[in-house]
Design a protein around this ligand. Structure first.
Ligand code: KIV
Length: 257
């Protein structure tokens, strides 16, 4: 059965929310059996395109990958990241969010930031576009890729921003690389679910970049657990294939017409 945003909110403090990123149909169709949310994250810029930052990701790239992901999802909520420079003001955000929603048939969009984007978010929600928030480390604008919540002003700002986003009407907030006690405080102080990435077990759910989880990313981030080493599995399969082709063992009779 197709999941609803209202059901997701009801899960808060009852059942942890499971989310992962996907950038294509085949992967999305596997994740769909296990995830509450599938995010087409702008992390695809670094994961797939080797961009230095998510700032280089375009709306068109997000839309094309999202169209592919849509074909793989039957049950999970599908959220699409609005890329950098596509929501600088309410008018631009509404135009681009409408385009994402209509072309990809996703369930919601995700925007990075707190106070600065609150009016933009309110306008999207007024226009019936569900929005997910994103606080803590904000890859589209951050210069220092370190965890957030070391100092009091930063902690106060993140907590305040979480209240502002809740008031603006977001249905959930991603907390990226937020210090444990702050992630716990934010989670306890708002009624909507928090989804953590590098933000401790105290969030109401977790999200990871799928390629990190299956060991395709050679980097070892503290917040990632590699649940499989598909790099080795793929290498083995391709190595066997190449040996068989070179020895003229593939294709055999069974693989031929
Ligand atoms: O772009 C992305 O994949 C994200 C997740 C890391 C939350 O925003």
């Amino acid at each position: 059965m197709k999941k609803k945003i209202s059901d997701l909110i009801k899960k808060k403090n009852k059942q942890n929310i499971v989310s992962l990123t996907a950038y294509s149909k085949n992967i999305a169709s596997i994740l769909d059996n296990f995830c509450d949310i599938i995010l087409v994250g702008d992390s695809l810029g670094s994961v797939l395109y080797n961009y230095k930052s998510t700032k280089e990701v375009s709306l068109d790239i997000m839309i094309e990958h999202s169209k592919s992901v849509r074909m793989g999802i039957k049950k999970a909520l599908m959220v699409v990241d609005m890329p950098h420079n596509t929501y600088r003001n309410s008018k631009e955000a509404l135009h681009n969010a409408k385009k994402i929603m209509s072309k990809t048939k996703c369930d919601a969009v995700k925007l990075e930031g707190g106070k600065k984007v609150c009016e933009i978010i309110k306008n999207l929600i007024k226009n019936k576009i569900p929005v997910m928030g994103h606080l803590g480390l904000l890859p589209q604008s951050d210069k220092t890729f370190t965890f957030k919540g070391k100092k009091k002003p930063e902690r106060d700002r993140i907590l305040k921003d979480s209240h502002l986003l809740e008031k603006a009407g977001v249905f959930s907030i991603v907390l990226e690389c937020v210090e444990t006690s702050l992630a716990k405080l934010v989670t306890q102080n708002i009624k909507i679910p928090t989804i953590g990435i590098g933000s401790s077990k105290y969030c109401n759910g977790q999200i990871l970049v799928f390629d990190d989880l299956i060991g395709l990313n050679p980097m070892n981030y503290r917040f990632v657990k590699k649940y499989a080493n598909l790099k080795n599995e793929i290498s083995k399969a391709v190595s066997n294939y190449s040996k068989e082709v070179r020895k003229n063992k593939f294709p055999n009779k069974k693989n031929s017409y």
